[in-house]
Design a protein around this ligand. Structure first.
Ligand code: ATP
Ligand code: MG
Length: 296
């Protein structure tokens, strides 16, 4: 049955953690503070659908479509090619989200739903909707309605900016969208140097036996976020040999005349690598992302 087929996320590595993808007609929240990669995630998700012949609806509240496409371009995604062919924007300017969510959106969705085209929806960022009212009950109603309405079209992915205070794991203003969604992905960034200081965690994914670890991810131009999804357990004695793996990789990179900044990046990575699994695969991703072909 078409309705039980998973929707591939478009994020390399992620589908392995969520049994193949998202459920159709579900809502997924991407949480993270500024710069963690929420928009990158959202664009990747849309492009995956578009390239498979699906349609995409980008609900934007702050940035105009032109700016979004320009930024996507810089990340290596050509959204313009699909603009107003299979990629459509709804630019919710101004403050009247309530009217929009309660009246205009349901009409628009109904008109589209009749065509029965697989559609991916992104609301990026959804934070202004949360802040549109200080009243918790009204917030809940608005977000609930937004999800309920858009879900008719397909998977709804929305990004929520997080403002966690130090020591807090998750900010209070994001609890509501997490609670109301079917799935929640947490992106975190630890600015301590190194290429693998970003991590992804699945807070929930209804009806899915999801991965429960913390997964490092990196950015690759043209691909976006790449999640290191399968940490293999490495015994203690092998842990000590991580240094050797880095040393060899750096030597190889130098022999290949890799740019100094790439080598510096590897050194930083080595200094901050405290995972118990081998850095081998991560280094491999790094090599190929800089177009360096490594034998063996
Ligand atoms: N190819 C890349 N290589 C390294 N870093 C990248 C790459 N592409 C994006 N980034 C990083 O990702 C960040 C922006 O990602 P993105 O716009 O997806 O974040 P965001 O969570 O949506 O941020 P905001 O909350 O400000 O909207 C940039 O700050 C940049 O550091
Ligand atoms: Mg963003």
């Amino acid at each position: 049955m078409a309705d039980t087929k998973k929707v591939p996320s478009g994020i390399p590595g992620l589908d392995d953690l969520i049994e193949g993808g998202f459920w159709p007609k579900s809502t997924v929240v991407i949480l993270g503070s500024s710069g963690t990669g929420k928009s990158t995630f959202a664009i990747q998700f849309l492009m995956e659908g578009i390239e498979q012949g699906e349609q995409a609806l980008y609900v934007t509240l702050e940035e105009p479509p032109e700016q979004i496409m320009r930024e996507a371009d810089l990340m290596g995604f050509d959204m313009r090619k699909y603009y107003e062919k299979s990629l459509f924007f709804i630019h919710l300017k101004g403050r009247n989200f309530k009217k929009m969510i309660e009246e205009q959106l349901p009409q628009l969705v109904k008109a589209r739903a009749d065509y029965n085209i697989a559609t991916r929806v992104v609301i990026d960022p959804m934070t202004p909707v949360i802040w549109a009212t200080a009243e918790k009950l009204e917030q809940r109603e608005l977000i609930g309605k937004l999800f309920y309405t858009l879900k008719e079209l397909g998977v709804v992915l929305c990004t929520v900016e997080e403002h966690a205070k130090p020591g807090e794991t998750i900010g209070e203003d994001v609890l509501l969208p997490i609670y109301l969604s079917d799935g929640a992905v947490h992106l975190e960034y630890y600015p301590i140097g190194g290429a693998f200081n970003r991590t992804l965690k699945l807070l929930k994914m209804r009806g899915v036996h999801h991965g429960e670890s913390v997964y490092p991810y990196l950015f690759a131009r043209g691909v976006g976020i790449v999640v290191r999804s399968s940490p293999t357990h490495v015994p203690e004695e092998q842990t000590r040999s991580h240094g050797k793996i880095f040393d060899e990789a750096i030597k190889t990179a130098e022999a290949m005349k890799a740019p100094a900044r790439v080598i510096e990046r590897m050194r930083k990575m080595q200094r901050s690598w405290d995972y118990d699994y081998s850095p081998e695969e991560a280094l491999q991703i790094l090599f190929s992302s800089y177009g360096l072909k490594r034998g063996g």
